[in-house]
Design a protein around this ligand. Structure first.
Ligand code: KG4
Ligand code: ZN
Length: 357
């Protein structure tokens, strides 16, 4: 049996510094040998959001020992590494540059191939770390910076069918949390508070719900919550806002996902369809339940990454690296950081006021 490739993955696109060692088993399924993630939550908490320069400095301080720890935890020898994969975009350019330069020089020192990875492709393929998925599949990518429906036809082959025209879904959760006085990053707290609230208490807007295909819009919710939040008098008011917000998001995502299902089915004929939900917001349990329900109703299989791999991590970067390595898709050491790198590079830019849908 030939030796299986061993890939070092590096991630530093935003506020997580991460490294992982990935290989595959005899059935060619990916295996995580180690996965180290260091979050910078504490650093950015007092500013209510990620401060790029502080994030970059922290990446710089930590990247070396995090990579060493990933190698040590995996039990492999540094000489066993066959290739190095690092996130090159999208993200904050000062942050991307740290992991990218580290990855390139590591590959150069080992004299092994280097692979520049699209962070979104990491999220897109992350469910392959615990499930067997065949192309094509419908992907919903919901993170702090992106909200897109994509048809995934293969490695590096994406067709975007819907996107947000303003805020990303994770951003909407974080902004709502901030208005409720929850510390950054507050998104994950919303569903916890929502459990104690009345979801019928506030009627919130559902922008472009009945038009614009499966494109999304969340900015109107933030404006509505800003108004309501001025009258918060008790914790119960906060719980009610959280519950109403969570319910409104579920309703928007239910309706838009059914539109995306129809578009996917029009373009692909298969007996059983696959719907993959990835990115930080895919950790939201109530959204997961709703997606599972509509998948049952519309003949789709719902597939999620494991909860601990929904957020940013390097295992997903190593996984894309492994797939690129097997296809000999290597990159040059002068590959630049690309803060706006899209998965579907042909998709038109759809953001800002005045967009006609
Ligand atoms: O994928 P990710 O870790 O980073 C980006 O690439 O953006 O996603 C982070 C986002 C944040 O906005 C965070 O609030 C949101 O995912 N998030 C959640 C939950 N857990 C994380 N949003 C709603 N419910 C959750 N349980
Ligand atoms: Zn991410």
């Amino acid at each position: 049996m030939s030796k299986k490739p061993i890939i070092l993955g590096i991630e530093s696109s935003c506020d997580e510094t991460a490294a992982a060692i990935i290989t595959e088993n005899d059935l060619n399924q990916p295996v995580i040998l180690s996965n180290v993630v260091s979050s910078q939550e504490e650093i950015h908490k007092e500013f209510g959001g990620v401060v790029p320069e502080l994030a970059a400095r922290s990446h710089l301080e930590k990247i070396d020992w995090i990579a060493k720890k990933a190698i040590k935890d995996s039990g492999i020898n540094i000489k066993d590494i066959d290739g190095v994969a690092a996130t090159a975009g999208p993200g904050l350019v000062v942050c991307l540059s740290v992991g990218l330069s580290f990855g390139k020089s590591f590959a150069n020192t080992l004299n092994k191939p280097f692979m520049a990875i699209n962070h979104l492709e990491g999220h897109a393929l992350s469910p392959k770390l615990n499930s067997i998925i065949n192309y094509p599949y419908l992907l919903l990518l919901i993170s702090g910076g992106h909200s897109q429906y994509l048809i995934v036809n293969g490695l590096g082959n994406y067709k975007r069918i819907g996107t947000t025209i303003d805020d990303a879904l994770g951003e909407a959760f974080d902004k709502t949390a901030k208005l409720l006085g929850i510390e950054f990053p507050g998104g994950p707290q919303i569903e916890i508070l929502a459990e104690k609230g009345d979801p019928e208490k506030f009627i919130l807007p559902k922008p472009i719900l009945n038009r614009g295909g499966c494109n999304l819009s969340f900015a109107g919710l933030k404006t509505a919550i800003l108004k309501i939040s001025k009258n918060i008098k008790s914790d119960q008011d906060k719980y009610n806002i959280a519950a109403s917000f969570q319910k409104t998001i579920e309703e928007i995502m239910r309706k838009k996902t059914i539109v995306a299902f129809k578009e996917f089915k029009m373009k692909n004929e298969s007996k059983k369809n696959t719907f993959v939900i990835a990115g930080g917001v895919a950790a939201n349990k109530k959204l997961r339940k709703m997606f599972e329900e509509i998948c049952d109703e519309h003949n789709f299989d719902a597939i999620f990454p494991p909860i601990n791999l929904c957020g940013d991590n390097a295992a997903m970067i190593g996984l894309v690296g492994l797939e690129k390595y097997k296809s000999k898709l290597f990159d040059n050491l002068n590959f630049p950081a690309n803060p706006r790198w899209q998965l579907d590079e042909k998709a038109i830019f759809l953001k800002g006021a005045g967009i006609k849908l």
